[in-house]
Design a protein around this ligand. Structure first.
Ligand code: AMP
Length: 249
């Protein structure tokens, strides 16, 4: 079986985000970019399934600017076999991403697609779900455990009330949650090897997908700062404030 993993290049999660002075978005100039953390988890899971003999090939796909090649090379250094870059400088929204991924999937015919549950830049949490709908496949979102059988996947999902375990027929789309695994670091020799792994370049036009934005950003604002706290003199005063001011007791 082939596993396909979409990976997005996003602002690194350690970066303190700054809003552009004209409010049109977030400052991206000279900012460290990395693989979306949930996508690292997706790559790790695909590699573990391959190492367990449940898959033969792991293909990673990114939709983004030429620099997204770095993100794909990181996934190749972790152990993925092959990469596809759908190159575009446009900001591509989840529906267009899902349509482009469907184009790649129609050509690649994987038995399983593992996406992140959300990209930490726009926090959309839509692409995996839309992709499953476009493909007419089952979906298991927010996965914290994946068991792959011959024709089905048994997936434990993180839901509000706890954990839910479901079976989905393959092929299917699984989206990763934080506790699924801990992604590996790429070793230096593997980073060198990754430079020579195959990376195929495409454009949205190759798939006949229109990436024109459907959403209009009206404004972007920094979150309001937190008010300073107060020091209390005693436990009794703390309990009193919790009861009468915070309303938590
Ligand atoms: P989102 O719906 O934007 O929160 O993204 C959910 C998941 O879809 C991400 O974790 C990725 O696995 C995948 N994805 C979203 N955008 C892209 C992109 N431009 N290129 C590759 N994968 C993407």
């Amino acid at each position: 079986m082939k596993i396909l993993v979409p990976v997005k290049r996003v602002v690194d999660y350690n970066v303190k985000i700054r809003v552009k002075t004209d409010g049109t978005g977030v400052e991206l100039a000279n900012v460290k970019m990395s693989m979306n953390p949930f996508d690292e988890i997706a790559v790790e899971e695909a590699l573990r399934l391959k190492e367990a003999g449940k898959a033969e090939e792991v293909v990673v796909v990114s939709i983004g600017p030429a620099k997204a090649e770095e993100t794909l090379r990181t996934a190749l250094a972790m152990g993925a076999d092959r990469a596809v870059l759908v190159e575009t400088d446009a900001a591509v929204e989840p529906l267009a991403v899902a349509k482009l991924l469907k184009g790649v999937i129609d050509a690649e015919q994987p038995g399983l697609v593992i996406t992140g549950k959300q990209a930490i830049d726009d926090d959309s949490n839509q692409t995996g779900q839309m992709l499953a709908a476009l493909l007419g496949w089952g979906q298991a979102t927010f996965a914290s455990k994946v068991d792959l059988g011959a024709d089905k996947a048994t997936v434990t999902r993180e839901v509000d009330g706890g954990l839910q375990t479901i079976d989905v027929k393959l092929p299917a789309v699984v989206t990763t949650d934080l506790r699924l695994n801990e992604p590996r670091y790429a070793s230096l020799p593997n980073i060198m090897k990754a430079k020579k792994k195959p990376l195929d370049k495409k454009t949205p036009a190759d798939f006949g997908v229109d990436t024109t934005a459907r959403l209009k950003v009206l404004k972007t604002e920094e979150p309001g700062g937190r008010k300073a706290g107060v020091k209390v003199k005693s436990v009794a005063e703390l309990v009193d404030k919790l009861k009468n001011e915070a309303g938590v007791l």
